[in-house]
Structure formats: C-alpha cells, structure tokens
Design a protein around this ligand. Structure first.
Ligand SMILES: *Cc1c(COP(=O)(O)O)cnc(C)c1O
Length: 372
C-alpha cells in the first residue's frame, strides 16, 4: 500500500457522480461565471462565518490577497508586516500593491508569527498587518488582532489554510477564523480544508463598503454599468461555486475527520527521538499536519521508500527565496529559517483510511528510531 499526500474528496465515485450532475445542469444553463451558484456560495459562507458585511467569491486566494490590499488604498512607502515563513502569495500581493513588505520571524517552537514577532516590526510607516493562521492554527490571531486594534492598524487575515478553525479570547466566545480582521481572505485550492476541483478563492469583511468595492474590483472595476477604477478579472466560475456550495455542507464532517487523524498522529508519534510535533490548540482546523525534524530530508526519503508521500511547507523563508534574497541581504530570522529546514507535512485529508494513517505512523516511527 502507498499513501498519497492528498486525495480530494471529489475523487470518491459518489461525489464525482454528484458533481457531474450539477455540472451538466450548469452546462445546459449557459451561465458559466458569477451566476446563481456563486451567489449561493457567498451567502452560505457569510452565514457560516456570521459575517455581516458579506463574502465575495473570487478566482483564487492569491487574488483575494491582492484585492484585500487594494481595499486599504496603500501608498508607495507604506509598510505591510507579514511573516517570512508563509506561502509566497502573501508576499507577492504586497509587492503588487506597491507597498513595502516587512518580514517578521516566527516563534521558536511554533510555525506561527505571534503578536511578539509582529509588534517588533511596527514602525511609523506600518499601514497594515497580514496575519496568517498557518496550517489551520488560528491561535495566534486574537492577540495580533487586539494589537492592531489598539494601534489603529488594519488587519488582513489570510485564512487560506484556516477555514473551519476557531479561536477564543480569554473568557470570550468562540470566533471563526477569518472573522477577526478588517478583511479575511480564503483559498479553495484543492488541498485546503474546503477545496474546489480547481482554483477558487474568496474574501470577507465586516465592512459593507469593502464588500461592495471588492465585488467591483473582481470584475474590472465595473460598478453600476461603468468602470469606476482599474480592476481585475478575479471572478469565480460556476463549476467551482457549485462544488463549493456542496462542499460547505460537508465541511464540518471533513474537519472532524482531519481532527481525528491529527489526534492519532499526536498520540502515535509522541516521544519519538528527533521529532517535534505540532501544538494541539483547541479549534485547530488541521489543514496540514507539520512536524519538525532536524534530519528532515532523511526522514522524508525514508518515508518515500516505504511508499508514504510527504511535502515540505516551506522549503525557504520568503527572504531566502532566489527571487527576493537580494532585497534582504542582511535579514536573519532564525526561527523562520530553522522551520524551513525542519518542517515536514504528513498526509492528512478527509477520506484517509485507518490503515493509511497507521502506515504513516509506522513509517515515521521506524525512520525516527533508525536515525536516533
Ligand atoms: C493557498 C494559499 C494562498 C493562495 O491561494 P490560491 O488559491 O492557491 O491562490 C495564499 N496564502 C496561503 C497561506 C495559502 O496557503
């Protein structure tokens, strides 16, 4: 038996057949972009998030970040703080907005940048913070949101990996990840907690004016029949929207399955030499299960030998990527850099069998004992 890194729930024959029927209806309708399915999805997600401003259906999580920054009307020289240990799209969006990206470190024993690392980068030119609940863990966001609120700095929450995660401030109610900032962005890339069978994304905000403007920006700046400003083509297609409406109804089940697998990994891999397991915060959505190992590449190769596929998120910090390293010649972010050398993501997805989970545990255990 081999274990893939990921299998989409749409691959299951019953799901594939169901989507096939919905896709046939869309084909016959002739309405392929931003139609009834996209509107249904926007309403359903806004309802789930309890987002009064609303949700805007988009083509990708990357464009969601670009639009989110556009909504803030940044000027050249304005600084946006974001982690260096995150997906490259976060950084690209800041560059495309014409702002200055200021990269912060992560915590030593956790992948997330916390309020401590963010606040160390605040300057008089800081105009926004982009916080990333990486791998599905939103636990660091409330403190960052409180810091932004206190300083009057807008917060963008890149919840691409955190749809379904929840957080709680001391003594308060639970909040869904993606509801703490001025704008939250989502990706429905196939491997995310809610994955489409293709590219798709979205944006939410408590500010109705932001929602209205994002709806215009995603469609070339079209507003009431004329073009009010330079926009984009960031529209969601109907096939993706139809799949997402259906998927949203199954999301809680998929999240339960992810949590269950994560619990088995945490129990089955506890105490192995040379392996640091991710923290199990309440409300974690477990989009990815990422451990740390100094012998990461050896571990990865040993697991591949046994037929278990893994991924490295992320092999480089942003400031060490070939495209950008010359812009940050002296920047040292020791925790982020260590994470990039040590992080290894194990397979975790809804529909993973008990035998597959067990096989991953055995493969990690054997490899860790051998190299100890
Ligand atoms: C996936 C992802 C994105 C980009 O989303 P796409 O839909 O692939 O464009 C942005 N930020 C983070 C943290 C992501 O994981």
């Amino acid at each position: 038996m081999t274990v893939p890194f990921f299998r989409s729930p749409w691959q299951a024959p019953a799901s594939a057949a169901l989507l096939g029927e919905r896709f046939a209806r869309i084909l016959q309708s002739g309405h392929y972009i931003l139609g009834a399915n996209a509107r249904d999805f926007e309403q359903a997600l806004a309802h789930r998030l309890q987002r009064s401003g609303g949700v805007v259906a988009l083509n990708s999580g990357t464009d969601a970040l670009v639009l989110a920054l556009r909504l803030l009307d940044l000027q050249p020289g304005d600084e946006v703080i974001l982690p260096s240990y995150t997906f490259i799209a976060c950084f690209e969006a800041v560059v495309r907005a014409g702002a200055v990206p200021v990269l912060c470190d992560s915590q030593a024993d956790d992948f997330l940048a916390s309020e401590t690392e963010v606040s160390a980068c605040i300057s008089p030119r800081t105009r926004a913070v982009m916080a990333v609940p990486l791998f599905g863990d939103a636990s660091a966001i409330p403190a960052i949101a409180a810091g932004c609120h206190r300083r009057g700095i807008p917060l963008i929450e890149d919840a691409a990996q955190a749809l379904g995660a929840r957080v709680r401030l001391e003594g308060q109610d639970w909040h869904a990840a993606g509801t703490l900032g001025d704008v939250a962005t989502f990706s429905f890339y196939p491997t995310k907690t809610l994955g489409a069978p293709g590219d798709a994304g979205g944006l939410s905000s408590p500010h109705a004016a932001f929602i209205e403007r994002a709806m215009s920006l995603r469609n070339h700046g079209l507003h009431q029949g004329s073009h009010a400003e330079t926009g984009y083509n960031s529209r969601m297609g109907e096939f993706q929207a139809a799949a997402l409406v259906h998927g949203l109804g199954r999301l809680d089940d998929w999240l339960d399955q992810r949590r269950h697998i994560a619990q088995r990994y945490l129990a089955g891999l506890a105490g192995l030499p040379g392996i640091a397991l991710p923290r199990d915060h309440d409300g974690h959505a477990w989009n990815y299960f990422v451990l740390r190992c100094r012998q990461r590449d050896t571990l990865r190769a040993a697991m591949a030998q046994e037929g278990v596929d893994t991924r490295v998120y992320y092999s480089h910090t942003i400031h060490q990527q070939p495209a950008y390293v010359r812009h940050f010649p002296a920047l040292e972010l020791p925790n982020a850099q260590a994470h990039a050398r040590q992080a290894l993501a194990l397979p975790i997805f809804a529909g993973m069998s008990d035998a597959e989970v067990e096989k991953v545990i055995q493969a990690v255990t054997r490899a860790a004992r051998r190299s100890a």
